[in-house]
Design a binder for this molecule. Structure first.
Ligand code: IPD
Ligand code: CA
Length: 260
């Protein structure tokens, strides 16, 4: 594992510590599925516990750094220069249903640029990480995006719409349109962080999604860029719209999508 810088090391340690209880929690889910109450409250608790462990570890080393995290929101908001961006469980619906496809995502941002990112799928024991200028890695190996240059030969991934989405119908229409017009195979796996990682590793050729939160994709941005991909954030801050590809199919995918 090549985790050269102190920041990457810190992110890795925090992630591994948090993942131990998350794996145990996932093991409990199956039993809770059949209980009358269902596992929803349990999952919220697992989410919060994971987040707490990660934040504690990261802030122990840098108490003054900012934090943006899905459950807790912002800490040290005034620090815009150094900030951790955390999604404790990306793929919560999968987790809730006992589907082993979710990830912990941690990014480090400096002056609004993501410099390090780490995405860990604890059940498959797969880690994707990158640091600006040092390449992207999957477990112990360097990764590169795929070489596909036509949508008709590509496998794409998308996600959403979210509950309560204002553009729900448009998002469904777009999904159908891409499938119909391009002949690409389109998948929907339920984790934006893993979708970005899989494009970086060449498993998928491209990904698009509307109305994301920044923490869903922050770590994925640097991982995909360092693997040779192209990340297009149409609305960078709120309700982020993203088109992220191996670069080669980017123009063709953009020409089919009508993301604004
Ligand atoms: C969600 C997942 C999902 C995407 C949603 C996200 P969460 O994050 O990334 O794939 O379609 O838009 O909100 O809620 O599981 O952390
Ligand atoms: Ca998420």
């Amino acid at each position: 594992m090549r985790l050269n810088s102190p920041k990457m090391n810190l992110m890795y340690k925090a992630c591994m510590k948090a993942s131990r209880s998350l794996i145990r929690d996932f093991g409990e889910i199956e039993k809770l599925q059949v209980s009358s109450k269902g596992p929803a409250d349990f999952v919220t608790a697992a989410d919060r516990r994971t987040e707490k462990i990660i934040i504690e570890e990261l802030l122990k080393a840098h108490p003054d750094f900012g934090v943006l995290s899905e459950e807790i929101g912002q800490i040290n908001e005034a620090n815009k220069n150094n900030r951790w961006i955390i999604d404790p469980i990306d793929g919560t619906i999968n987790f809730l249903h006992g589907i082993p496809h979710f990830a912990i995502s941690i990014a480090y941002e400096e002056k609004e640029e993501i410099l390090c990112g780490l995405i860990f799928d604890p059940i498959k024991d797969e880690i994707f990480f990158a640091e600006k200028g040092s390449g992207a890695f999957f477990n112990n190996s360097r990764i590169r995006v795929s070489k596909k240059n036509k949508l008709k030969d590509s496998v794409l991934v998308t996600g959403g719409p979210k509950f309560g989405s204002l553009k729900k119908n448009k998002i469904f229409e777009e999904y159908v349109k891409v499938s119909k017009l391009t002949n690409a195979a389109v998948r929907k796996f339920g984790s934006a962080a893993l979708a970005m990682s899989y494009v970086a590793a060449g498993r998928f050729d491209g990904y698009w999604e509307w109305e994301l939160n920044y923490w869903d994709i922050a770590a994925g941005i640097v991982i995909l860029k360092e693997a040779g991909g192209y990340v297009d954030l149409k609305k960078p801050k709120k309700n982020v719209n993203v088109v992220a590809t191996n670069s080669k199919i980017h123009e063709e995918l953009n020409s089919v999508l009508s993301i604004d």
